[in-house]
Design a protein around this ligand. Sequence first.
Ligand code: FES
Length: 170
Amino acid sequence: MAFLNRVVSKVSIGSVCKLVFPSSSAALTSGLCKINQLKDNERLRFSSTAAKHKTERVKVHFIDRDGNKLTANAKIGDNLLDVIIENDIDIDGFGACEGTLACSTCHLIFKQADYDKLPDTPTDEELDMLDLAYGLEDTSRLGCQVIVTKDMKDLEVSVPAAVADARGPV
Ligand code: FES
């Protein structure tokens, strides 16, 4: 029964009409099928699952080098560098390599509890780059490598006191 339900839920009324009433069927039946197909289309048009997920946001706070709290509307699925750019948050020298994992200027320091909840751990490439960052802490991450999730609502991260560009003078 569960299998049947799965199959039925994947088949639109329109496609069932085509199977049950081939092209030679009566005009009335054909008309009813067309109405049902239109209903299918409306359902698809108004289905907002994907769009809603794309635009879902949470508030994230950045503590800058002067101790100011800068609040951003972070889009779920973006990384923290994208969030800073999209929200026009002004942090001098931040994200110099534009997220290509080549500079370490997007260094951010998390609170331990937030760090522990991050859905992923840093890759070897990120750790190599973090080694070159100024003021490295146990809870440091590169903002361009941290993806915003729903659980990050009201996350507060600190920008280190200084910035070190791993690429050297550019
Ligand atoms: S922006 Fe350069 S490493 Fe993240």
